[in-house]
Design a protein around this ligand. Structure first.
Ligand code: DAH
Length: 357
């Protein structure tokens, strides 16, 4: 067979050319390997067990005898040289990515979660702000209360059946007559008497505060909860003042479109007594409405004209002074506003719930 016209090597690269080609390609690829993964890949491709340099070394046997020694030495030199270059490059890449365990500055930051007020605190502030805008001052009173204020001053004497409405936590303490006299207040109403004792009319106060009742908990009852008490006492206060003030409160807290409904109700410390409802802000009388369940009305508070006996007990002349009072459950207001169906969510301290507000 005739030799190729191109020369005696027939177009086959010379052994030196093969070594140089591998060397040039390997060094060029190494210079751009810039991560641990890229370096590993480079190592497999060139100096690993089936890498290109290893293949060069294995091909020694197929060369003419006189070339074998020279080629073998050159390929071994290349292998050593590339191993050295690999170590150098690996050191560079590691140094550029920082010491082990250092912060990866390319990672997106984590957003710090800001603190916020508890939904009940927010609701208390909304309620007191609505009354504050109408000239009511916010005051607070004791959670550990005397029987005398919690009941007697509120026109609920010892044998009054209304005491059954309030399942009471009593403190383990008796007075001279052997009667239990200290309790965890069951409502904020005792502050009506305390405020009247402490200041002269005109009085306009709102009293937010924690209350306690010895009750089993369920979706609408907690053994501790918050109320806001409202009271205005002055000469010439009428039921029209009660209606106007509570209507304005409802509009401020539940929306300017709200209507209110008053119905007769009984509370020993007011006469007449009423409960107030606002029209449901969630529906158009849809029987499936999850807030009002189709009734259209949401009862939000009890109210009435301060009973003459309550005024008298506090040292006020009921012939001269009159007043109105109201009391509402803060959790109920918050549940209605936000469409929450279980009061226990407020005190379970579950961030998935709390961080919605
Ligand atoms: N204290 C009552 C309760 O806890 C609520 C209440 C009703 C307060 C009527 C009032 C009122 O001031 O006038 O059930």
């Amino acid at each position: 067979m005739a030799d190729s016209v191109n020369g005696s090597n027939g177009g086959e690269p010379s052994p030196d050319d093969r070594i140089n080609a591998v060397k040039d390609a390997a060094l060029a690829a190494l210079a751009v390997a810039d991560s641990a993964d890229a370096l590993q890949e480079w190592r497999n491709q060139y100096i690993g067990r089936s890498g290109e340099v290893t293949l060069l070394l294995r091909s020694v046997g197929s060369l003419p005898a006189e070339q074998r020694a020279g080629f073998g030495q050159a390929a071994n030199r290349l292998k050593n040289e590339l191993e050295g270059s690999f170590d150098t490059r690996q050191a560079e890449v590691t140094a550029a990515s920082g010491p082990a365990g250092a912060i990866d500055v390319s990672l997106p930051g984590r957003k710090p979660s800001g603190g916020r007020l508890h939904p009940i605190t927010q609701t208390v502030r909304e309620i007191t702000a609505a009354f504050g805008a109408m000239g009511f001052q916010t005051v607070e009173g004791p959670e550990v209360e005397l029987d005398r204020y919690n009941f007697n001053a509120m026109n609920i004497p010892d044998d009054h059946p209304a005491r059954d409405m309030f399942d009471t936590f009593w403190l383990d303490r008796v007075d001279e007559e052997g009667a239990r006299s200290i309790l965890l207040r069951t409502h904020t109403s005792p502050m009506q008497a305390r405020v009247m004792e402490a200041q002269d009319p005109p009085i306009r106060v709102v009293v937010p505060g924690r209350c306690y009742r010895y009750e089993a908990t369920d979706a609408s009852h907690e053994w501790h909860f918050n109320q806001v008490e409202v009271m205005a006492v002055d000469e010439g206060i009428t039921f029209a003042d009660l209606k106007g003030t509570l209507f304005e409160f409802a509009r401020r807290v539940f929306g300017p479109e709200r209507k209110v409904r008053f119905r007769c109700d009984f509370f020993p410390f007011v006469e007449p007594g009423v409960d107030m409802a606002v029209d449901c802000f969630n529906c158009e009388g849809d029987p499936a409405c999850r807030i009002c369940r189709g009734s259209r009305w949401l009862e939000i508070l009890g109210a009435g004209m301060v009973h003459p006996d309550v005024l008298r007990r506090a040292g006020y002349d009921p012939e001269r002074y009159s007043g109105f009072a109201a009391g509402m459950g803060v959790e109920r207001v918050a549940m209605l506003k936000h469409g929450i169906d279980d009061i226990r969510h407020f005190y379970a301290n579950d961030m998935r719930f709390l961080s919605q507000f």
